[in-house]
Design a protein around this ligand. Structure first.
Ligand code: NAP
Length: 415
């Protein structure tokens, strides 16, 4: 087992967790050599460890591994890139940086022979990336559904159980260190879609960009939506989902979903994450654990460091296969949409409508709509609309004409 000397970038929530966790993990043959931060201020570690000069860490030949846990994705990329080029392994928690640069990181790893590991970047403490990478052959993997963002899960829980509004609940998540420094990354689903892209690369060997995926967050969820979920014995969760269709292609999206009580994701509460993996022979398997926070995130980083001691690297085997999977948006989704103004709902975009409730102030409908239409035209993300996927909401094929005509007539829309 090799002894590793670490250069740590960042001493915030995660950086301090890494420092504490390593102090308590004497069995691991690693030591923190220097710590680079953005600013000079008192720290809960010996002052001589700290610098604000990144070059000191990046050019130190004694440092084997750069652990990058800063909150600036662009600077993180410069650090990771330089570290690999300078012959150092990298461990990173920055999903945004990794997803933005995954193609380049793959090339850099091949060119330098060094690895970047990032278990903590998706679902923090849950070892889902390494399991997808090593255990699940992609032809056997039917799909995965995950609550991958701890802070939105925490916020939705607070809105439901304590009837807090979204602002109060977000503030509480930030105070507890669960939310990103910029909470819109959590609320608008950006953090979740970044994690979804990471899972997709290791589950199916598909490298894609968030801009190619349908996603939204919980920013538009109203107390009325939560009340409707409660009345149906359901909960609302922000879920990242990838599913293999009967054509063999993969459809993927990140959307709020109504989750029924019997769904294993229903029990994922607070800042916890959970990922359900469905396979051909083993049915469902469930990964569960803390998806944010100082020590839980550090725990995955310590595991990556331990793996590096044994020479582990991601081999990205599924990316190299000739029967590689591809993405498709050619499916339909059964959705719920609540709205403040019925006049702004584009009913004609739906294949058919199933329910239509108009109450004073706010109404809602349920119906089936093509996923591609949600991507092409974002009317449903404006004007206070709130779109939520129904349970079992993926429909592969629809026999449209008659149903569409009938349901639109029922909704009073002349076509
Ligand atoms: N928090 C979580 O639960 C969690 C979970 C999984 C993944 N992550 C990821 O982990 C990373 C860090 O998150 P965090 O919550 O620990 O953030 P944080 O508490 O805001 O800490 C950020 C740290 O980065 C330092 N920093 C920022 N820019 C820098 C630069 N250019 N050079 C050197 N240091 C720099 C800051 O220095 P100063 O102290 O001087 O300001 C601070 O110590 C992010 O990528 C985040 O997405 C976080």
């Amino acid at each position: 087992m090799k002894k590793l000397k670490i250069g740590l970038f960042g001493f915030g929530v995660v950086g301090q967790g890494v420092y504490q966790a390593l102090q308590r993990t004497s069995s691991l043959n690693v030591s923190i050599h220097r710590i680079c931060v953005r600013s000079n201020k008192p720290r809960k570690a010996p002052a001589e460890l700290f610098t604000t000069d990144r070059e000191i860490l990046l050019t130190d030949p004694g440092i084997d591994v750069i652990v990058e846990v800063i909150d600036d994705a662009e600077a993180a990329w410069q650090i990771a890139r330089t570290a690999l080029l300078n012959g150092k392994h990298v461990v990173s928690a920055s999903k945004k940086m990794i997803v933005e640069h995954l193609g380049e990181l793959l090339d850099l790893q091949t060119a330098t022979g060094k690895s970047i590991l990032y278990e903590s970047a998706a679902c923090a403490s849950i070892p889902v990336i390494r399991n997808l990478e090593e255990y699940y052959d992609h032809s056997l993997l039917k799909g995965l559904r995950g609550i991958v963002n701890g802070s939105t899960n925490f916020i939705l829980g607070k809105m439901k159980e304590e009837e807090l509004d979204i602002r109060q609940a977000t503030l509480e998540a930030q105070q507890l260190g669960f939310a990103e420094s910029d909470p819109s990354l959590d609320l608008e689903g950006i953090d979740a879609v970044n994690k979804c892209c990471l899972l997709l690369a290791h589950a199916y060997g598909i490298v894609t960009h968030p801009s190619d995926i349908l996603y939204t967050g919980i920013q538009a969820i109203t107390p009325g939506d939560i009340a409707i979920a409660l009345s149906k014995n359901q909960d609302i969760k922000l879920v990242a989902q990838a599913q293999k269709l009967s054509t063999g292609q993969i459809t993927v999206f990140v959307l709020p979903q109504f989750v029924a009580k019997q769904d294993v994701l229903y029990g994922v509460r607070n800042e916890y994450n959970g990922v359900v993996i469905t396979t051909h022979f083993a049915d469902e398997q469930f990964f569960y654990g803390k998806g944010a926070g100082s020590l839980p995130t550090a725990s995955a980083i310590v595991s990556d460091l331990s793996a590096l001691c044994y020479g582990y690297k991601y081999e990205y085997k599924k990316l190299q296969r000739s029967d590689r999977n591809s993405l498709t948006n050619e499916v339909y989704l059964r959705v719920y949409l609540s709205y403040p103004d019925a006049g702004k709902v584009r009913r004609q975009e739906f294949e058919w409508l199933e329910e239509w409730h108009q109450e004073e102030g706010r109404g809602y409908l349920t119906g089936v709509i093509a996923l591609q239409k949600l991507i092409d035209n974002r009317w449903w993300q404006r004007d206070g609309h709130s779109l939520i996927l129904q349970p079992d909401g993926i429909i592969e094929e629809v026999v449209t004409r008659n149903l569409r005509r009938k349901s639109l007539e029922l909704a009073g829309l002349v076509i």
